[in-house]
Design a protein around this ligand. Structure first.
Ligand code: SF4
Length: 518
């Protein structure tokens, strides 16, 4: 056990408010793992909520662990933050996985910790290993050989029954415990799978499950914010969107509960981060923001739609000192925006920029996808035209606002209406990116681009099955080269998973999931 690792963990703890340190005696120790850095992980409300929910059980001690770059490079096993113990000391390890590409880190964490990778190879000496998160809810198959249990849906409704079985059976034989857990709604236990549909679980009334920052620290991406979840899900139903399908139905918290949470948060931070995929859709958003401002809060919002875009919401953000506003037209042409069901026109986008130009903010970010189904070069020209029109408005109004375009390749996601459609070939994506690089930066528009090669890995994982798991298991290191070598060794047909249009009659790898939409 490295002293450096212990010192690092203690330093982090000393900079936190809200960490829970419990004695292990007589309790079930659960390690909550975020397979990425502390800096990224502590900005995820999922980690805050599961940590506090689990520690609310008097017979549970839950500690966090992260996977830092140093762990990765030097293959150092991660230690829990609170008591600096190795992961093998825990009875249960619960992974919270937000992004598909973090599957690669999951494998590294298990390997570095000396835990047999395949669930079938683990016996009573090893922790039970569980995972959950939006991408697992959509398709757990690429991780299925490694995990004892995969949670399909939101954690809150699943935790009480899981904890009850664990409390009673923690000293039982592993098989018996897993058999009992496998019967719970929303649990996919690959080794004990009966063949019955696994029904996605979700919280009916969000007010019953407050979701806010529970640990306060500056050492994270959103360290100056106290985060409050305003809503879950999104009703707009854009056809490519995982959030829209994995978090259905859209649910709002009551304004009373949000104000009560804000009162608590303001004791820690002046700035509140309102979180959700479509926060401004809250039916009382203007009233909420005005009240929060009257309480002395500065506000930040995780998402804004091009339309509707309330002037009151923008005004309150500007008065809160918001430096950046992000909007997502997603496609440059009306034809493609209609195809993806974005529900906005070019005029809507320009009207939104006009409103933003009044605010005096420092940066406007516009999000676009390239490689959407049926996209042609003229759709890319549409992105350029729209971006230049936006820049023209900002310049004419002398707003001093910088314009940045974030460009990501379209990746088909399980469970979405576009799940059968292909990702564009890398050569097409690279060519279209170079068109944008030629046309926009010389005119003062900054481009931030997601790598097509890493997006291809994301696509393979998003539509993957147990064959893809074999590639993950064979990866020697976490790099593009490492992925390609393992894919070639396992003879994985990358083209099939990422770039082929799938027949709508073919059985999907995730066909055993029931989205529980009612
Ligand atoms: S508006 Fe955003 S969150 Fe909602 S469905 Fe469309 S892309 Fe997804």
């Amino acid at each position: 056990m490295g002293w450096d690792e212990i010192k690092k963990a203690r330093r982090r703890l000393s900079r936190e408010q809200g960490a829970i340190i419990k004695d292990w005696g007589g309790r079930i120790p659960i390690g909550l793992i975020y397979p990425n850095s502390y800096y990224v992980g502590m900005s995820s409300l999922g980690i805050h909520v599961i940590y506090s929910r689990l520690n609310n059980y008097s017979n549970v001690v839950c500690e966090r662990a992260f996977w830092e770059r140093d762990n990765q490079i030097q293959k150092i096993p991660p230690l829990s933050l609170e008591s600096q113990r190795p992961l093998t000391d825990f009875a249960v390890l619960a992974f919270s996985v937000t992004y598909e590409v973090d599957y690669l880190n999951v494998i590294q964490v298990l390997k570095a910790s000396g835990i047999p990778l395949y669930a079938a190879e683990r016996d009573d000496r090893y922790p039970l290993i569980i995972a959950g998160g939006p991408c697992i809810t959509a398709n757990p198959l690429p991780l299925s050989p490694f995990f004892d249990l995969l949670c399909i849906g939101e954690a809150e409704p699943m935790l009480p029954s899981m904890l009850s079985i664990l409390s009673e059976g923690i000293n039982s034989k592993r098989d018996e415990l897993l058999e009992a857990l496998a019967l719970l709604p929303g649990i996919y236990a690959p080794q004990y799978y009966s063949g019955a549909p696994v029904v996605r679980q979700w919280v009916a009334n969000l007010d019953d499950s407050p979701t806010t920052s529970t640990i306060i620290t500056r050492d994270t991406e959103l360290g100056d914010l106290y985060l409050i979840e305003v809503e879950r899900g999104c009703n707009w139903g854009c056809r490519f969107c995982l959030v829209s399908s994995a978090f259905r139905p859209m649910r709002f918290r009551s304004i009373e509960s949000l104000i009560a949470e804000a009162e608590k948060g303001l004791k820690y931070r002046k700035r509140l981060g309102l979180v959700g995929p479509a926060v401004a859709d809250h039916p009382q958003i203007e009233e909420l923001m005005i009240k929060l401002r009257q309480m002395g809060a500065e506000l930040s919002m995780s998402s804004l739609r091009v339309k509707p875009l309330s002037r009151v919401v923008l005004r309150e953000l500007a008065r809160s000192g918001a430096r950046t506003i992000s909007l997502a037209p997603e496609a440059g042409s009306q034809r493609l925006r209609q195809l993806i069901k974005k529900g906005i026109s070019e005029d809507d986008a320009l009207e939104a920029i006009d409103k933003v130009a009044d605010l005096g903010i420092k940066q406007l970010k516009l999000y676009f996808m390239i490689g959407l189904p049926s996209e042609a070069d003229e759709d890319i020209e549409g992105i350029t035209r729209l971006a230049l029109s936006c820049k023209g408005i900002l310049d004419r109004r002398q707003s001093g606002t910088r314009l940045t375009l974030n460009i990501a390749p379209f990746v088909p996601k399980a469970g979405t209406p576009f799940q059968w459609l292909p990702m564009a070939p890398l050569s097409t994506l690279n060519r279209r990116l170079s068109l944008l690089k030629k046309s926009l930066p010389p005119r003062g528009i900054k481009l931030k681009v997601e790598s097509p090669a890493w997006s291809e890995i994301q696509a393979v994982l998003a539509r993957g099955d147990a064959k893809v798991a074999e590639v993950l298991a064979n990866m020697e290191d976490m790099s593009l080269a490492g992925w390609r070598q393992a894919a070639s060794k396992c003879q994985l047909d990358i083209d099939f998973y990422a770039h082929q249009r799938w027949d709508t009659n073919q059985r999907l790898p995730w066909a055993m999931l029931d989205s529980g939409r009612g």
